[in-house]
Ligand binder design. Structure first.
Ligand code: KG4
Ligand code: ZN
Length: 417
């Protein structure tokens, strides 16, 4: 058994490190359940003026931030390097240069300390962000010194979700991904089957691109989320093409069997929004909004909503509400169809777009109507963070699945079969 006495008494202290995109993050999580610290250094302000993540800048910023962020995570957790049971790091997918910073640092740290190194898929991390919180925290584990049995240590959703023997369906919906996975624990290890994905843009990417073309800030999701309630979602009718058939015809459906998978496509709606702005002669208003926002580079949807709303005419607000509604409805319809088709016992939604309020409301209402349990991470754990990486690493620590010195960044890493 790999689990040491120290692991058992404190529940397994894992330092997670995440640097796949534009957030340098480190966290200490105990036993895959109890978050002792969760530090995120966001690069949003750095990339905002370019309207998207600039890979070279991201790598440089990760290099600058990784040491102080890790030190802050340990200090906040009150844990010394020597007390760690393992170091976990995001292996991929993500930006190669950005990933490499986290991977190189984690390797050096783990080998320097003589601790196990655990490689985590970023997408598995997003799924574990939900599982981390869905389980009751064993806050008493350290205090009571109760040894954790490996079975207890398995990260997992609320008992009733697992005890059905059926898989859970996880929608990972972020700036880089729109994936559906069937997830199940088999012999103590989480297994994933990819049963859905986007054939072009990710949903978050569509939010970002639409916000950008409307002259709004980056990242676009939080802005559209905040502005949508002021518009009429029925104002513009967007239709989604039958991407399933199209993707299959083009032969780009990858390994997924088109008869047994769900396809998303979000590049069409982005083009439809652009066309709408052209047909309705919105260019001047967009340019004015862009210029006004350029003068407020630090604007945030929470703090500056009223000011930014005042820069949006009703037609723009209606367009935003209609766009968001269409995307959320497409995600909802296909996710629940997949849940039914694959006999999922519950639905988990994670990734940056899972922070969207309309998405949470509509998914929750549908789950209630169908009597299906549903779980989302807290807002802080919806977007990129390292607590989810440390949580996903815990079952691997229990199972003794460690990486060695050959570990490197895997930009195109896939999850599951
Ligand atoms: O998971 P994440 O932090 O990074 C990736 O792995 O991509 O997700 C970031 C994405 C961005 O596209 C951002 O616009 C989107 O999530 N996002 C949202 C919201 N908050 C973040 N999209 C819609 N509504 C939100 N409230
Ligand atoms: Zn992510």
């Amino acid at each position: 058994m790999i689990v040491t006495e120290a692991t058992q008494s404190r529940g397994g202290l894992i330092l997670g490190i995440e640097s796949s995109c534009d957030e340098t993050a480190a966290a200490v999580v105990c036993g895959g359940r109890e978050t002792l610290s969760n530090v995120v250094a966001s690069q949003i302000a750095l990339h905002a003026r370019f309207g998207g993540v600039v890979p070279e800048l991201a790598s440089r910023e990760h290099l600058r931030a990784v040491v102080p962020v890790v030190e802050a995570a340990l200090a906040e957790a009150g844990v010394a390097f020597e007390e760690l049971d393992a170091v976990a790091v995001t292996e991929g997918p993500g930006l190669p240069g950005a990933l490499l910073v986290g991977v190189s640092y984690a390797k050096a740290l783990a080998f320097g300390l003589g601790k196990p190194l655990i490689a985590v898929n970023h997408l598995e991390g997003h799924i574990h962000a939900v599982l981390l919180e869905a389980l009751p925290a064993r806050a008493d584990a350290a205090a009571s010194q109760t040894p954790l049995k490996p079975k207890d240590g398995l990260n997992g959703p609320p008992r009733e979700m697992l005890e059905t023997g059926r898989p859970v369906l996880a929608l990972v919906v972020s700036g880089g991904h729109t994936h559906l996975y069937l997830a199940q624990v088999q012999n103590g290890v989480w297994q994933y089957r990819n049963v859905g994905r986007t054939v072009d843009d990710a949903a978050g990417e569509a939010f970002d691109k639409v916000a950008k073309l409307l002259g709004l800030g980056y990242p676009g999701g939080p802005w559209l989320d905040a502005l949508a309630p002021f518009g009429d979602a029925r104002a513009v009718a967007f239709s989604f093409a039958q991407v399933k058939a199209k993707a299959h015809r083009r032969g780009d459906a990858g390994a997924l069997d088109p008869n047994d998978a769900t396809y998303f496509s979000f590049s069409g709606i982005k083009t439809a929004v652009l066309r709408y702005t052209q047909v309705h002669a919105m260019e001047v208003r967009i340019a004015e909004r862009r210029a006004a926002l350029a003068a407020m580079p630090e604007a945030s949807p929470k703090r500056d909503l009223e000011a930014v709303r005042a820069l949006c005419d009703q037609e723009t607000l209606d367009l935003i509400a209609s766009f968001q509604h269409a995307v959320v409805e497409d995600l909802r319809r296909k996710t629940f169809k997949a849940a039914e088709r694959f006999g999922a016992a519950s639905v988990l939604v994670s990734g940056g777009v899972a922070a969207n309020r309309e998405l949470r409301e509509r998914f929750t209402a549908e789950a209630e109507a169908q009597g299906l349990p549903i779980a989302f991470p807290s807002l802080k754990l919806s977007t990129d963070n390292a607590a989810m990486i440390a949580a996903a690493a815990w079952p691997k620590l229990v199972a003794g699945r460690f990486a060695d010195e050959r570990l490197t960044a895997a930009a195109g890493l896939k999850l599951g079969v």
